[in-house]
Design a binder for this molecule. Structure first.
Ligand code: PLP
Length: 387
């Protein structure tokens, strides 16, 4: 039989994460590829989920999400960012940020529309845009003074009459860049001048370092009314398997996303929703400790990677550090990461797979530091064999 998969999805075969995680298992390597923590979230939050299951919260919750979580999300946005979202009509609970992004793109893009995203980009963006029959237009982030950023003229030039939206991920995976207010102002200006919607992926909103603050694009003048603000519990509370996320947006944008979301999954598991509502209200102290611990893990991995001969770019947020492999005598990150288990017993991710222009990311490799200190130390010891 010829490939039964629809043509618009054929280029999304197996993800690099599946390939590299399988390689890690097969070779007994340390996996610094996929970004998930190897420790649990706050105990009281885990208890709340168990309690919810035991007390009968086991049938379909309402489509937009349980009121307790919508209320907690709304309070959190107001407390942290001074943004007001009505829990009834401006907050939608989704199956992780992934579904929020997919539902939003499917809801807003006609066939042939274009969505701008900054490359290297999170891999689900391209797939969601392709499912919608839309086209991704990539604007490249390049290292400048030690961090990845974009050229405002390249962003302006990427807008066409078919452009519908800009997808903005800050703190940014996989580069670790946290967009500054100035960078966000450029994006805001382009959105307003060209009447575009901003879709923001803010799943690392709490995981920033060195006192760098995350600024939501929706807090910039004129942006709340044209921004679909997306986040989730996975990264904030180290529960990536819970897949509980949310959209905050004006009523008509929220309604559009919900119209699609209701036929993708209808709703999200009730116990997770109650537990995450509890986390947002009671466990942000735990999150502050997580942030401090991640910053020290970042420093630990960065100094180890430098010692092993990589050029390291310092991230201001997320779980990831980018390295330039050329000082070690390598030029192709895909080739290196496929050989890394045999050379050093470590698995990492070649950054080039997140580009529409892979040549622009060929010499970068991404390492995750959301792992126990002893795991990072052992990986560094092994990587020193490369030199
Ligand atoms: C992990 C991640 C997601 C997915 O979030 P879920 O809530 O697990 O769906 C989305 N965007 C980025 C940038 C991520 O790193």
């Amino acid at each position: 039989m010829s490939d039964p998969l629809v043509s618009r999805m054929r280029r999304f075969g197996t993800t690099i994460f599946a390939e590299m995680s399988a390689l890690a298992v097969r070779t007994g390597s340390i996996n610094l590829g996929q970004g998930f923590p190897d420790t649990d979230g706050p105990a009281s939050m885990l208890d709340r989920a168990v309690e919810a299951i035991r007390s009968g919260v086991n049938q379909y919750p309402p489509g937009p999400g349980l009121p307790q979580l919508r209320q907690a999300v709304s309070e959190h946005r107001r407390l942290h960012y001074g943004l007001d979202y009505d829990p009834d009509g401006e907050v939608l609970v989704t199956v992780g940020a992934t579904e929020a992004i997919a539902a939003t793109v499917l809801a807003l893009c006609e066939q042939g529309d274009e969505v701008i995203a900054f490359e290297p980009y999170y891999d689900s963006y391209a797939a969601s845009i392709a499912l919608a029959g839309a086209r991704l237009a990539a604007v490249t982030l390049r290292p400048k003074e030690g961090r990845f950023t974009f050229d405002p003229d390249e962003l302006r030039a990427a807008v066409t009459p078919r452009t519908r939206a800009i997808l903005v991920n800050s703190p940014h995976n996989p580069t670790g860049t946290v967009f500054t207010r100035e960078e966000l102002a450029v994006i805001a200006e382009v959105c307003q001048e060209r009447d575009l919607i901003a879709i923001t992926d803010e799943v690392y909103e709490h995981l920033t370092f060195d006192g760098v603050a995350h600024v939501p694009l929706a807090t910039l003048p004129g942006m709340r009314e044209r921004t679909v603000m997306i986040s989730s519990a996975g990264k904030t509370f180290s529960v990536t398997g819970w897949k509980t996320g949310w959209v905050c947006a004006p009523p008509e944008l929220t309604r559009a996303a919900q119209t699609v979301k209701q036929f993708l999954t209808f709703t999200v598991g009730g116990p997770w929703q109650l537990a995450v509502a509890h986390g947002l209200r009671e466990e942000l102290g735990w999150v502050a400790e997580l942030r401090a611990a991640l910053q020290s893990k970042r420093d630990r991995l960065m100094s180890g990677l430098s010692g092993a001969g990589f050029e390291v770019l310092k991230p201001s947020g997320t779980y990831f550090v980018q390295t330039d492999i050329r000082p070690l005598g390598f030029t192709d990150g895909l080739e290196l990461t496929r050989r890394l288990p045999e050379l050093a017993g470590v698995v990492a991710i070649p950054t080039q797979v997140f580009y529409d222009h892979p040549e622009r990311g060929r010499h970068f490799v991404r390492f995750a530091f959301c792992k126990k200190d002893e795991v990072i130390d052992e990986a560094v010891t092994r990587l020193k064999r490369l030199g």
